[in-house]
Design a binder for this molecule. Structure first.
Ligand code: HGY
Ligand code: MN
Ligand code: MN
Length: 431
């Protein structure tokens, strides 16, 4: 029986979901400490993609990996030439991450592909199950590089301009794992090839848990502006140098860290989240005043203007602190992405599907950035959130109950079918 709509529930298998989550969690850098460490454009990320590709191939899907490192498994549709529906997320992680960020959406996509093939569900639109490469900005500063390339927001030239802490550029890292940064243009998605996209992700916040709701439908994804502040002072003896003759970069950095927090918590910034998540200093000796310091700043907001104004204010006021302390100062842009409002024509379908399945949900913004933010530049996109325990993420303590993930997978599988019906295919009478 080939059905494009189903009159039965596509129930996700919790045991299978849990097994896949464990499989991916095991792909972590040896001796990297607690949690999962599988950084962007490393052999481990490629091994995770290979495991996903293996699953797609076993289901009889057509699988390929593009020049950007995005892996796509396609279930053909019944309508010739119809644009595709898509779902997926990412498999790279931040250092010492949890086992659900990105992985939950990939595992949900894998289970959806299994449910469709096992029940011979064949939508009119082809369905592409996608794993994006290099979603996390932890290594290169810029987030969502794979989906940015797909959306045409990052081109081959950009890949030589971003480097990690060891000076390895995105392009070099991509080549080191067999990808083709020079061929980035070939990995660009064309709007005409797509009808809509959904990403399932853990909330990475505590709204769903605190309101006792099992599902979130995302209406807005926060933007992010990231930059590095370099401070140059004077390394000197901590005993021989009087307090009034110092150019202490760590003391200046400490004042700037608190400045960032004070700006983000003042009355103007009720939707802003600004953080110094990384502070490096040198020479790092207990008996030497720090002569150099680097701060990595991350500004997130649901309001793009306020996001950029906050970043500019931080740079200006941090520069004044450095000047007052006789410390050299420079600011370096790392990445910038605008907030994205997700289209009602997709989010309403997801919300209606939750209701049809008898699941309570709420509409909420995402504080974290996501591949969906970039894909929305190509095709109408939606996001489904499942709860995060204690709102914790980017930590080994990250946790999502597999029952919540199974429920989200069910909503994903049925929402794609609802989109298949809601979005006409070329040649149909309602096209
Ligand atoms: O940084 C983020 O918001 C996401 O986890 N890449
Ligand atoms: Mn993340
Ligand atoms: Mn993520």
């Amino acid at each position: 029986m080939t059905a494009s709509t189903v009159d039965f529930r596509l129930r996700a298998d919790e045991t299978r979901l849990a097994r896949w989550l464990d499989e991916f969690a095991a792909l972590s850098e040896p001796d990297s400490g607690p949690g999962v460490t599988r950084l962007a454009h490393t052999p481990l990320e490629r091994r995770a993609h290979a495991r996903f590709a293996e699953h797609g191939t076993a289901l009889g899907l057509t699988v390929h990996t593009d020049a950007a490192g995005n892996t796509i498994a396609e279930l053909p549709g019944t309508a010739p030439g119809a644009p595709a529906l898509g779902t997926g997320s990412h498999l790279d992680s931040v250092p010492n991450a949890g086992a659900f960020d990105g992985i939950a959406g990939v595992v949900a996509a894998m289970e959806t592909a299994r449910l469709y093939t096992e029940h011979d569900v064949r939508p009119a639109h082809p369905v592409r199950f996608v794993v994006f490469a290099a979603e996390e900005g932890a290594r290169f500063g810029q987030a969502c590089t794979g989906s940015r390339i797909a959306a045409g927001l990052t081109g081959a030239a950009d890949l030589d301009t971003k480097a990690d802490a060891d000076g390895v550029t995105l392009a070099e890292a991509m080549r080191s794992v067999g990808l083709d940064p020079a061929g980035a243009a070939s990995a660009r998605w064309q709007p005409a090839d797509w009808a809509a996209f959904l990403e399932l992700h853990i909330e990475q916040g505590s709204v769903l848990e605190s309101t006792g709701l099992p599902l979130g439908v995302v209406d807005l994804i926060s933007g992010s502006t990231r930059f590095r502040l370099d401070l140059t002072g004077r390394a000197s003896h901590t005993g021989g140098t009087p307090m009034h003759q110092r150019a202490d970069t760590l003391a200046a950095a400490a004042e700037i860290v608190l400045l960032v927090e004070s700006i983000a918590t003042d009355s103007r910034h009720h939707g802003t989240r600004a953080t110094v998540g990384r502070l490096d200093s040198a020479p790092g000796s207990i008996t030497t005043i720090a002569g150099r310091a680097q701060l990595h700043v991350d500004v997130r907001d649901v309001d793009g203007d306020r996001q950029r104004l906050t970043a500019a204010e931080i740079v200006e006021r941090a520069g004044a602190i450095a000047a007052r302390r006789g410390v050299g100062f420079s600011a370096h842009a790392l990445a910038d992405a605008s907030p994205v409002l997700l289209p009602r024509r997709v989010t309403d379908v997801v919300a209606a599907t939750c209701a049809e399945l008898g699941y309570a949900h709420r509409v909420l913004p995402s504080g974290a950035s996501h591949d969906a933010q970039m894909v929305n530049h190509v095709t109408p996109t939606g996001m489904i959130f499942v709860p995060s325990r204690d709102g914790v993420s980017h930590s080994p303590d990250e946790w999502t109950d597999v029952a919540d993930l199974a429920r989200g997978t069910e909503v994903l599988a049925h929402s794609l079918l609802a989109l298949d019906s809601a979005f006409p295919v070329p040649g149909s009478e309602d096209a």
